[in-house]
Design a protein around this ligand. Structure first.
Ligand SMILES: Cc1cc2nc3c(=O)[nH]c(=O)nc-3n(C[C@H](O)[C@H](O)[C@H](O)COP(=O)(O)OP(=O)(O)OC[C@H]3O[C@@H](n4cnc5c(N)ncnc54)[C@H](O)[C@@H]3O)c2cc1C
Length: 430
């Protein structure tokens, strides 16, 4: 039986929406746009802002509300790291990804976006002693590639970073920030709008075809002509109600990530659990990520409660159990919210921008897209405006898919459960 304690009025919408729920706009759909941007998340909005600053007139279209997707549902952890980068230009790819952190910091400061941004650092708990050793090797490689300062905390010192003995030590990284994702999405949308971007919600793009030197977008509210198009639909790329760019959907592996929020917690307990108020995560494959809320009074705990279809009601007890395993002191603390959102993985584990059949795309942030999606959007914006004067290492890379894959990751429950088994096996041996 589910013994998770729920607070009265428990909600299945994001906790972030209490302060910054994406609002509905009643904008009419124009017949024509210089640049049509499909998807009103960080990637689409950032591209639109850059284009507007360069004198272009973009229109952002979202099937739901502007900022409704992962961009107002995420954990708000801001980092520029990439876990995997292989091949001849791996160093350039890592450096291009790392540049997303200074970019977003500068963007938030320049546009004066009120989103509780703090450069707070991060601690990643080692699931096993072998993971600790692997982290220690990564720290050196990372420092060399990006100059990002990191320090290993052995088990005897891990309570400097987390109020738990659950891990085998871990890695403390300075170059990580935190923000309120809902406020950031809202602020980015406001900055774009103030710069002249037109934001249109409740319009689903159902197909894009070439017409002369431009494009025609079919939507559920009529057609729209555009000189250039960017598709930034990420983890929501495939939809039975209409898919903007099937080619992109075939390259995305969408996965739901889930978060719970707790009721207010005693400040002394928060100080004990989150010394230094860092962002926290762990090194196992099916990982959890957790943090104090920006106000410091609630715990937000995220993870993958299921690799198939799960409702927030099904996810909440799984996440609660994991949270109280790491923080037994939270047993009995009630939860107020549990919600889901889609992240997008790619088959090569890299984010991508590029052009296919004349259509620009920016997607695939591997669940770490607060800084990265904003950065990719900016890069595409520069490119569309003809203002990109340096090569960008994530642009135009080969973008793999799988035979017969249309964008529905039917294989993920199998792969996910296999990862879970590997995690359990490694921990049992440790
Ligand atoms: C629960 C969760 C936790 C996360 N935690 C973190 C974190 O702590 N740190 C981090 O860096 N990243 C995190 N992420 C990932 C991060 O949120 C995403 O990488 C990022 O928000 C992606 O932005 P985006 O603009 O590419 O996509 P989204 O914000 O998902 O926007 C895509 C938009 O496209 C729209 N759309 C889709 N199809 C159509 C269509 N046909 N027509 C019109 N519009 C369409 C959707 O309605 C949606 O609004 C998390 C994600 C989730 C879900």
């Amino acid at each position: 039986m589910d013994s998770t304690p729920y607070a009265p009025g428990f909600k299945t919408s994001p906790w972030w929406w209490e302060a910054a729920e994406p609002s509905r706009r009643d904008a009419t759909l124009p017949d024509q746009a210089e640049v049509a941007i499909v998807g009103g998340g960080y990637a689409g909005l950032s591209a639109a802002l850059t284009l507007a600053r360069l004198g272009r007139k973009p229109v952002v279209l979202d099937a739901e509300r502007i900022g409704w997707g992962a961009s107002s549902r995420n954990g708000g952890m801001v980092s520029g790291g990439l876990k995997v980068a292989k091949g001849a230009n791996a160093g350039d790819v890592v450096a291009a990804a790392a540049a997303s952190l200074p970019f977003i910091e500068e963007l938030i400061a320049r546009e004066r976006i009120d989103c509780d941004y703090v450069r707070c650092g991060r601690f990643t708990g080692a699931w096993t002693p072998a993971h600790y050793q692997a982290q220690a090797r990564r720290v050196e490689a990372m420092a060399q590639a990006t100059g990002m300062a990191a320090e290993m905390l052995p088990p005897a010192r891990q309570r400097e970073a987390i109020g738990s003995d659950f891990y085998h030590g871990g890695m403390k990284l300075a170059a990580t920030g935190s923000l309120h994702p809902g406020k950031y999405a809202r602020g980015l949308a406001a900055a774009a709008e103030a710069a002249g971007v037109r934001l249109v919600d409740s319009v689903r793009v159902q197909g894009i075809r070439k017409q002369g030197s431009g494009f025609r977008l079919a939507t559920d509210r009529g057609e729209l002509a555009a000189d250039a198009v960017l598709v930034a639909t990420n983890g929501y790329s495939l939809d039975p109600r209409g898919t903007a760019m099937p080619w992109l959907a075939r390259r995305m592996v969408p996965l739901a990530s889930m978060i719970i929020a707790t009721e207010e917690i005693d400040p002394a307990l928060m100080d004990r659990l989150f010394p230094g108020r860092r962002m926290l995560g762990e090194s196992r494959r099916v990982l959890n990520y957790f943090r104090p809320s920006p106000c410091g009074r609630h715990v937000l705990w995220g993870g993958r409660a299921s690799f198939g279809h799960a409702t927030p009601e099904q996810a909440a007890p799984v996440l609660y159990q994991r949270m109280t395993e790491v923080f037994p002191e939270l047993k009995g603390t009630r939860i107020t919210h549990c919600w889901l959102g889609n992240v997008a993985f790619t088959f090569d584990h890299l984010p991508h921008i590029g052009v296919q059949d004349g259509i620009h795309y920016a997607a695939g942030c591997q669940g770490s897209g607060v800084a990265m999606a904003s950065w990719l959007g900016h890069q595409v914006g520069m490119k569309i405006a003809g203002a990109a004067n340096q090569p960008f290492a994530l642009d135009g890379l080969p973008f793999p898919t799988m035979p017969f894959y249309s964008g529905n990751p039917w294989f993920m429950p199998v792969v996910g459960n296999w990862y879970r088994l590997l995690d359990a096996w490694e921990r049992a041996r440790a």
